[in-house]
Write a protein that binds this ligand. Structure first.
Ligand code: GTP
Ligand code: MG
Length: 137
């Protein structure tokens, strides 16, 4: 079965939403096969967000991702990459549909970076790369 990397970002952990988010993943029928509480560092984030290096929101995004602990999970199931992105909802939490994680719990806090609670890999290649970064063992 397919694997994807899910992050509960610092806003999700700080707001005590980790359990709720993991529950939604499990309720959908996916299996959590790896789980870790991690504090990121700039090198890890530069690799994780390689596609965004140099964009105007990159430094605020990194500062946000360094602002507190992150819960990293490897989630497994048939079409789990696409399925988790569907559970997460649109990147902008203001317009993410109700029923999604971002739609139900996120909003625009008026900050320079989208604090949108979760990350999910966007392709099989990204998933393999990101799982290796966050679970190096
Ligand atoms: P992830 O699952 O976190 O990767 O979200 P995504 O795939 O929906 O978004 P993307 O990979 O394009 O961007 C990564 C993260 O950068 C987003 O989750 C946001 O936190 C932030 N971000 C992306 N686009 C913008 C933008 O246009 N403005 C701002 N301020 N932040 C952005
Ligand atoms: Mg992305």
């Amino acid at each position: 079965p397919e694997r994807t990397l899910v992050l509960v970002k610092p806003d999700g952990v700080a707001r005590n939403l980790t359990g709720e988010i993991l529950t939604r993943i499990e309720r959908k029928g996916y299996r959590i096969v790896g789980l870790a509480l991690r504090t990121a560092d700039p090198d890890l984030l530069a690799a994780h967000y390689a596609e965004h290096v140099g964009k105007p929101f990159y430094q605020p995004l990194v500062d946000f991702m360094l602002s507190g602990p992150i819960v990293a999970a490897v989630v497994e199931g048939h079409r789990a990459i696409e399925g988790f992105r569907s559970l997460a909802g649109a990147t902008d939490p203001t317009v993410a549909l109700p029923g999604t994680i971002r739609g139900d719990y996120g909003r625009d806090w008026g900050l320079k970076v989208q604090q949108n609670l979760v990350h999910g890999s966007d392709s099989a290649d990204s998933a393999a790369r990101e799982i290796a970064l966050w679970f190096p063992a």
